[in-house]
Design a protein around this ligand. Sequence first.
Ligand SMILES: [Cu+2]
Length: 92
Amino acid sequence: MRNLLAAALVTLMPLAALAATPQTAVLDIQNMTCELCPVTVKKSLEKVAGVSQARIDFAKKTATVTFDADKISATALTKATTDAGYPSTVHK
Ligand SMILES: [Cu+2]
């Protein structure tokens, strides 16, 4: 019975992943003054549950974040970087 349950979970897992609604947001990041800042910003974003990828462009001062729109909104992303010392806004 336990094995059957485990097998069912393994089968259902990919379906759950597909059910997520991936969304990409571009954030304008403030206060990135040196090459180490993007690392801090990236870490702060990837710590947020629901974020699958964060790419930082130091030259453009932006972060491109892929996240699960079913779990979080872009507001959680701007809050995360702001808490880390880098206030951000969603790029329009
Ligand atoms: Cu820095």
